[in-house]
Design a protein around this ligand. Structure first.
Ligand code: HEM
Ligand SMILES: [Cu+2]
Length: 551
């Protein structure tokens, strides 16, 4: 890449496809943010939901629209435009596939949303059996998944076309990364699609009486863990490739970035049991094995931290910084495109440490199903990932709409990031603390019959409400900036920053693009981690459970 690349614009037609995804994502943010606010208010004990609205209905809205809809739509839109930017404008066929995928996902989202609003599906975003939702809720979620496969096919097709045109060359880094995330997503979603199609749908339609709960949950978590890496990898794309360009530095190493992504592909999937450590019916030996694989993910995570800070330090020193930390001062602290994702990166430090606690079999018993867990993933997905997505939006939305991020909006965007940091420190901190004292997650306010232990949680629940309200203000700011960048900001050119490797001669080893090899290893690991426990579950299957509607 050279200075010409700075002028490369995403084709308007591809830009429209990307923006369509972003509109849905930001509508989801508005709806989900509102639900989040209501939750913290209810849990403070000072507020009750009006008009007979149930807590679980609100919580289902929040989990589904933020955890599933916002993330999937933003990621699909971002990856498609990133591929268009780095591998060239999509063909008409690819773009048509993109629109088809988008509309299938949107139809599914509307279907699921209507069912939640009608209070026919208050089963939370994990839809754990034996809770039973209306069949249309499951069908809607199926459509979201199928649509995402069609969307993913755009990336696979564009990658294949690029490789064909450029034999023997490593693919552009952002395209490579989008492809890895798409492949991981497709392998992972087979699990959740299987339980929904073959277990939950027939059961909710009354075609079968009972459901095998252990198998359903295992298929869910086969998907549920890679889901969190599907959220995270696009943030890593921005950290590895885009942030270096924004600060005016270089990518520390192109090959290392690719290797990191391959390691995530291998170690993200065969680890679902770390969410089922307290589940009966799974032999502890297999839980132990999957926990070991889980800990393997620490390696690419630390590789990422190393690369990023190497980029920052190298850049600072190239600007004449001296001393151990002098380079910190050289970073562009006034640029929202940098500082907002940077806050996200910082939050990933305590988030990662918390994750290691969650995945440890013994410590998991202390925090399992407490609100500690909620505190954990509001640092990972709701801060590290979401703030990076916001940071991307600040330049990507105007890039796609032919507008610019004004200085006033840049300032507001920084305020937004600061609100998020403060709000989340209170909310997530309180959640972690209350969780350690035993406060359950997924529960409205209760004094538990005046129990002394429950009284200990109340101060934290108040702090949680304060933090959550500040976060809500952050969401309002973000929505205001998004609407400005999409419709009102002055016309102009906003750069789509794509970094280049520090060493121009570096050519990534082609073995990293050998998909037969990597997918082969991924499948072997999955088979190894899951075959025997699955056989155990099927051979020792209980009679199964009828459906429950507890709301
Ligand atoms: C205004 C900002 C937010 C507030 C106040 C908030 C608040 C909350 C609270 C209090 C809970 C737990 C409720 C309970 O277990 O009883 C929760 C759960 C959750 N939140 Fe948030 N949150 C916010 C933003 C986000 C964002 C941006 C995301 C993701 C991108 C997110 C994803 C989730 C998920 C997936 C759950 C789990 C739902 C479940 O247990 O079924 N939240 N949130
Ligand atoms: Cu996990």
């Amino acid at each position: 890449m050279n200075s010409v690349s700075e002028k490369i614009k995403v084709d308007r037609r591809d830009g429209k496809l990307g923006m369509a995804h972003f509109y849905v994502a930001f509508i989801a943010l508005a709806v989900g943010g509102m639900a989040g606010l209501l939750q913290v208010l209810v849990r403070s004990g000072k507020f009750q939901l009006p008009a007979g609205i149930g807590y679980y209905q609100i919580l289902t809205v929040h989990g589904v629209v933020l955890g599933l809809v916002l993330t999937t739509f933003f990621i699909m839109g971002f990856q498609i435009v990133a591929v268009s930017r780095t591998s060239g404008t999509l063909t008409n066929k690819q773009r048509l596939a993109g629109w088809t995928g988008f509309w299938i996902m949107t139809a599914g989202t509307i279907m699921a949303a209507v069912m939640i609003l009608l209070n026919e599906a208050s089963v939370l975003y994990t839809f754990y059996a034996p809770l039973q939702a209306h069949a249309l809720y499951y069908l809607g979620l199926t459509l979201v998944i199928v649509g995402s496969w069609v969307d993913g096919s755009v990336i696979i097709m564009a990658y294949a076309a690029w490789r064909k045109k450029n034999p023997g060359k490593p693919s552009p880094l952002l395209t490579f990364m989008s492809l890895v995330n798409t492949l991981m997503w497709i392998i992972a979603t087979i699990g959740v699609a299987s339980t929904v199609l073959f277990q939950l749908l027939p059961w909710s339609l009354g075609l079968v009486e009972t459901v095998d709960v252990a198998i359903s949950r295992t298929l869910f978590w086969y998907f549920g863990h890679p889901l969190v890496y599907f959220w995270l990898l696009p943030a890593y794309m921005a950290w590895y490739v885009i942030i270096p360009k924004i600060i005016g530095g270089k990518i520390f190493s192109d090959s290392l970035a690719r290797l990191t992504f391959i390691l995530f592909l291998l170690f993200s999937i065969p680890v679902g049991f770390h969410h089922q450590l307290l589940e009966p019916g799974i032999d502890p030996a297999w839980k132990f094995f999957q926990v070991i694989l889980t800990f393997m993910v620490i390696i690419p995570s630390l590789m990422t931290a190393f690369s990023l800070f190497a980029t920052f330090e190298t850049f600072g020193r190239s600007k004449g910084a001296t001393g151990l930390f002098g380079w910190l001062k050289k970073l562009p602290w006034g640029d929202a495109r940098f500082i907002v994702p940077f806050i996200g990166m910082l939050s990933f430090i305590p988030a990662g440490a918390g994750g290691i606690i969650n995945a440890s079999h013994q410590m998991n018993q202390v925090v399992h199903n407490t609100i500690w867990v909620t505190g954990h993933f509001h640092l990972t997905v709701a801060t590290a990932v979401v703030l990076t997505f916001f940071g991307i939006s600040y330049w990507l939305v105007p890039h796609l709409t032919g507008r610019t991020l004004t200085r006033a909006m840049n300032k507001l965007a920084i305020v937004q990031g600061v609100f998020w940091a403060i709000g989340m420190t209170f909310m997530s901190g309180a959640m972690h603390a209350a969780g350690l004292l035993g406060a359950p997650r997924r529960s409205a306010y209760s004094e538990y019959g005046g129990a002394a232990q429950a009284a200990e949680w109340i101060p934290y629940q108040i702090a949680q409400a304060v933090g959550g309200s500040i976060l809500f203000l952050g969401i309002i700011l973000m929505l205001y900036i998004f609407i400005n960048l999409a419709f009102f900001a002055p016309k102009g050119e906003e750069e789509f920053p794509v970094g280049e490797a520090a060493d121009k001669r570096e050519k990534a080893p082609m073995v990293l693009e050998n998909w037969k090899l990597w997918l082969g290893i991924a499948v072997l690991l999955i088979l190894f981690a899951y075959t025997i426990p699955f056989m155990d579950m099927i051979q020792n299957a209980p009679i199964g459970s009828k459906g429950y509607k507890l709301w």
